[in-house]
Write a protein that binds this ligand. Structure first.
Ligand SMILES: *Cc1c(COP(=O)(O)O)cnc(C)c1O
Length: 367
């Protein structure tokens, strides 16, 4: 069986380096906010091309803390509206709700699965103060159009880059394409830790300083608390592991690109809608390889019988989640609903082999 994602195999490539890095942390006697986190923050900012990177406990906290900091800075206030793709992973929406802001669910483009700039304009009202584009499945959103509109209306742009570490457009990377960005380093992401981890990137000095304080109990000077902060620190162990894995991110992303291009070139079946290849190939790091099929259950059973594991990202759209029932969201998101009914992800990873790719192609072409 070709596994959907073999994390053990991915991390085994760096086993010795990871063990050495973890041992150093063990022997240092310093486990929170030390040299490894400082190094990761510096190197990840350099990697993204931003002035700042601030490590936090996970990707959800990264998004929550960006919005919270903008509230503390007076740039957002309770009740402000935030445009967000209707087909995102629910974390983006939870970050908005956690801050008592109002999510404005907006339909994606059916070809890129990303926020549609036209729909953003349609959904804009003067209550909207921010846009949160999500670079879903590893593909960058149309940030030129989104930023142009945001500038025109004076809106904040907060990227959700949880699935797109390293994706690049016009020599700018995910995390450097808006006012601030949240990253997740959950083990299954393109840059994955061995536990929960996340970061915020920005070029804004005041925002960087505010999230740095908020993540550590709202305290800049020990035992002096400026804000009612939280404990959301990136720990030394995860930082040390990320310091090892960051070096290999570009190489791993390129393997994903080549594998995805191979699948796109060789899967030939009218019943399967392949992802659209972009002329700027750097703008996609293929966090997953999504296809659409009408009879998804049948397709997934066929692939399973041929030894190919699949997963659905995601089976239930946010507007149909029980957790969001109290928001009384409309049911009028036809594209989002269609995507959630038809989407299915094929195996994709930096350790996928040529034999596995050939087997996936053959399984798809015999469907
Ligand atoms: C993974 C993910 C998050 C949340 O990250 P965690 O580290 O799991 O909290 C947020 N947004 C998107 C789009 C994600 O894929």
């Amino acid at each position: 069986m070709i596994p959907f994602l073999d994390l053990k195999k991915i991390n085994a490539q760096y086993r010795n380096e990871i063990i050495e890095a973890m041992t150093k942390v063990l022997d240092s006697g310093w486990y929170i906010l030390g040299n490894d986190t400082t190094k990761f923050e510096k190197d990840f900012a350099t990697y993204c091309g931003t002035k700042h990177a601030i490590g936090v406990a996970n990707g959800l906290d990264a998004l929550v803390l960006i919005l919270r900091a903008y509230k503390e800075m007076g740039k957002l206030k309770e009740g402000d509206h935030v445009i967000v793709p209707a087909n995102t992973y629910i974390a983006t929406i939870l970050a908005i709700l956690e801050n008592k802001l109002v999510p404005v669910l907006t339909e994606p483009d059916l070809h890129t699965y990303n926020l549609c700039p036209k729909a953003v304009k349609t959904n804009y009202t003067d209550k909207v103060k921010a846009i949160m584009p999500v670079h879903l499945y590893g593909r960058l959103c149309d940030m030129e159009e989104i930023n142009k509109f945001a500038k025109e209306k004076g809106l904040l742009v907060i990227e959700d880059s949880a699935q797109s570490q390293g994706a690049e457009f016009n020599e700018k990377k995910a995390g450097n394409l808006g006012d601030a960005s949240g990253f997740s380093f959950y083990p299954g992401k393109n840059l994955g830790a061995l536990g929960d981890a996340g970061a915020i990137t920005t070029n804004d000095d005041e925002l960087a300083k505010t999230v740095r304080v908020l993540r550590n109990y709202g305290s800049e000077v020990k035992y002096v608390n400026k804000y009612k902060g939280v404990n959301s620190r990136l720990d030394e162990l995860q930082s040390a592991i990320l310091n090892v894995k960051l070096k290999y991110l570009d190489t791993e992303n390129e393997i994903r690109r080549k594998a995805s291009e191979f699948l796109c070139a060789n899967i030939k079946n009218d019943k399967i809608t392949l992802p659209v290849l972009d002329s700027h190939r750097e703008n996609n790091v293929w966090h997953v390889f999504p296809v659409r099929v009408e009879d998804r259950n049948k397709f997934m059973s066929h692939l399973e019988a041929k030894g190919v594991a699949t997963l659905i990202h995601y089976p239930i759209p946010p507007h149909k989640q029980e957790a969001l029932k109290d928001l009384n969201l409309s049911d009028n998101y036809p594209l989002t609903t269609q995507i959630h009914e038809q989407i299915v992800s094929l195996p994709m990873s930096p350790v996928i082999t040529e034999e596995e790719l050939a087997q996936i192609v053959s399984a798809c072409n015999t469907y």
